[in-house]
Design a protein around this ligand. Sequence first.
Ligand SMILES: CC(C)(COP(=O)(O)OP(=O)(O)OC[C@H]1O[C@@H](n2cnc3c(N)ncnc32)[C@H](O)[C@@H]1OP(=O)(O)O)[C@@H](O)C(=O)NCCC(=O)NCCS
Length: 213
Amino acid sequence: MHVLSSSVADTDIRIRTATSADGDTIVELASLVDLHVPSEAVSAALAPMRFALTATDDGPLSHRENHFLIAEDRESRPVGAIVCGPPNWIAKPGRAPGLVRRRLVHRLSTVHALAVRPDHRGRGIGRALLQQAEKTFHEAGYAALTLRHERELTRFYERLGYTSSSRLSLTLPTGELLTLVDRGWKHAFKVLSSSVSTTTVQGLPTLTGVLSD
Ligand SMILES: CC(C)(COP(=O)(O)OP(=O)(O)OC[C@H]1O[C@@H](n2cnc3c(N)ncnc32)[C@H](O)[C@@H]1OP(=O)(O)O)[C@@H](O)C(=O)NCCC(=O)NCCS
């Protein structure tokens, strides 16, 4: 477990990487996010997070291709968390050719959950968790961070440097344009590498050069 320097104005808050003992904490905090699934399906939807936490690794991310951070108060009570990992669509057949898929996992990550306890919101904790994760992914050589969000959070993410749109759009090295839409969600991305650019393709902001180095 690593304690990371935190940019939360409130110095009582510290951010650390999660450990395999944090399964319940991560699931409880991630449950604060409306996943757009029936309540009886939430546990199954979050099960991959528990599983990913059992991996051990000394890599740049906390758990292989997944990265878990927890924000804690002075009494070490968890008050917020961020869960990042490979986008689910990468594994779906037909989305991207196998080789491209394997490379994409190391260049593109997604925020599966960002959550702060209601009584701790508005104190910069969500922003600090996101920015800390961005720093780690940037240093690990990732091209961009993506996420899905509620329409109401468009301004929140745009102010943090994200480009938000109705679809996720990216060009593959094959020249193919990959676009994804999830009903009821907006997609957003933030470029983390100077080798990646944002262009407009078919009217959509599009990530270009994700696999260029
Ligand atoms: C979204 C969420 C993570 C924000 O966490 P937070 O700790 O309250 O956010 P911060 O205090 O770091 O806010 C950073 C900035 O965004 C603004 N902001 C916070 N929530 C906002 C919202 N819902 N809409 C617009 N702006 C918002 C803050 O006012 C702050 O502005 P500032 O830079 O002027 O100070 C939190 O509200 C939450 O857990 N929501 C429920 C779960 C969820 O929906 N997660 C996102 C989907 S994955």
